[in-house]
Design a protein around this ligand. Sequence first.
Ligand code: ASP
Length: 332
Amino acid sequence: MANRRNFIKTTAIASVAVALNAFGKKEDTETTLVPKGTIRKPIVLSTWRFGIPANEAAWEILKNKGRALDAVEAGVRVPEGDPNERSVGYGGRPDRDGRVTLDACIMDEYSNIGSVACLEHIKHPISVARAVMEKTPHVMLVGEGAFQFALLQGHEKENLLTETSEKEWREWLESSNYKPLVNIENHDTIGMIAMDANGNLSGACTTSGMAYKMHGRVGDSPIIGAGLYVDNEIGAATATGHGEEVIRIAGCHLVVELMRQGKSPQKACEEAVNRIIKLTKYRNKNLNDIQVGFIALNKKGEHGAYCIQKGFNYAKYDETGNNLLDANYFLK
Ligand code: ASP
């Protein structure tokens, strides 16, 4: 309590100091200050059970005082390269034309961003997204352009459609019924957010998207602000689930903005999910058909997670270890 009082006192003084911003408007200084008190760092969070091995790789970097950006890239490369993970990278389920098309994005503590969408034949789209961020004047490359850029960066052209994926796709062709199932892994994304020992935040997000989607369909995962957002003053968030719904509310940007307004990561995730629920009802759609989950982290190292339906879990690695946690949910 004493800490909180001190915090309020500090911010009150700060408010007086910069009561007016450059436009002559009153500014809410409390929300722009880095919180005082105990900061839990390093810490890394990632979506679903494949977050456990992904966190292990990220932790190797974080525990050695490495940069969060390097940690999240290394982390999500684990499921990207694993053919048994059927919704990310190599081994991911294809689109309805039998093509594995991948989406990924990355964001660092300086708000540098990079993204690729509908990328084919490249096992590690997250590293291509990072190269877009670091080596081009752009923030997003798609399709053939992203592929050519990846080759120039030294990535190999590979066949990402495994035998199992091809067999399932051929079976699916018999009905050709597009129905993304809730919590059944014909979709799912690894979204990872981390704070390093220096207190800096970064995030990465990568997926093969919805199984049997239309060719060219892009979800939320490569869209900065939808599937991922990082603000090094405030916090970070990432999403999984039906990307169309996450894009509709600019989900992860919303979660971070809610934290900026003073909400805890948990409350921010809940409010973003509630926004989707409200719009689903408004649009007369069936909520039972939709799953969206958010995870969020603030600058204190506090975290939160929330989803629409039971079944979403996420992995958290901090000084207490690497643990798989169940997210709370709306539809009880
Ligand atoms: N958000 C991903 C997409 O819409 C899929 C998922 O996470 O389930 O492509």
